[in-house]
Design a protein around this ligand. Structure first.
Ligand code: ATP
Length: 250
């Protein structure tokens, strides 16, 4: 079986800055894959190139064997994506937005209707189904965007910081939904800054910094004997010593 996601030699430059620098990554089918890295490491840029949202300067991305840039429509059929910071059609209500995502996927209207309501209910948005998304909180917006990514039951889910701004109860619900999805044969790739969460949820992890993969593979192998956070700090560099600075703040 081909990998759920195979990235080869991805490069993206913004002016003089190389955000992603010849990055390779293989995500096996059925994995729950965490992507971690410091701010500005290139996680969002990588996931955007992997899902057809941002054209790479070089390299290739395949989803379950389908080339994202040679056959974008084919790849997008296999993918559910929760992008970071991409504007939603926020003049729709939550229910309209999820329905719209399903109808865009050419799903039958009655299936879209049933799934949209079920998703909003599961994510605690049933009472806000008729509210315009522009009036949602950050966490509610994240959850409705997740519903949009799930409605067509994709083979591979790519989620950029799905737990950011989400309350603990909703976080637990999302974890349960994703766990069930992976147990059912789906593949999840998510980026997160929360090491505990990645350690608890993920079977595999990649540590990215400076647009390159510093370590990747099964969680236990990458983590070694310590915690993921310790390994992360080892790989990425120590914490900054701020003693003797910011005196004016004390
Ligand atoms: N549209 C853009 N134009 C210019 N520079 C960009 C753009 N998008 C990203 N960058 C730069 O590329 C680098 C990688 O950014 P990216 O958003 O991929 O990092 P990240 O790992 O997702 O960071 P964070 O954890 O803070 O979300 C950063 O230096 C960023 O400033």
């Amino acid at each position: 079986m081909s990998d759920a996601l195979a990235l080869r030699g991805l490069v993206k430059r913004f002016g003089a800055r190389t955000a992603v620098d010849h990055l390779d990554l293989d995500v096996p089918a059925g994995a729950f894959y965490g992507v971690v890295g410091p701010n500005g490491a290139g996680k969002t840029t990588t996931l955007s190139m992997a899902t057809g949202l941002l054209r790479p300067d070089a390299g290739r991305a395949r989803v379950a064997g389908t080339d994202v840039w040679a056959d974008p429509a084919g790849a997008k059929r296999l993918l559910g994506v929760l992008p970071d910071g991409v504007r939603l059609f926020d003049r729709l209500t939550g229910l309209e937005l999820v329905r719209y995502s399903g109808l865009l996927r050419a799903m039958p209207r009655e299936v879209v209707e049933a799934r949209s309501r079920e998703l909003l209910d599961a994510l605690g948005l049933a009472d806000a189904a008729g509210t315009l998304v522009v009036d949602y909180s950050a966490g509610m917006t994240k959850k409705v965007a997740l519903a949009c990514a799930l409605v067509h039951a994709p083979r591979v889910l790519v989620l950029d910081e799905p737990f950011e701004a989400v309350d603990p109860v909703s976080g637990a619900t999302i974890r349960a939904i994703l766990d069930g999805y992976v147990r059912g044969g789906g593949t999840v790739v998510l980026s997160s800054h929360v090491m505990d969460l990645v350690e608890r949820l993920c079977s595999h992890v990649a540590v990215i910094a400076g647009g390159r993969v510093l370590a990747a593979g099964e969680l236990a192998a990458v983590r070694g004997t310590g915690s993921l956070e310790e390994r992360f700090v080892d790989l990425v560099g120590g914490t900054r010593d701020v003693s003797g600075t910011l005196d004016w703040l004390r």
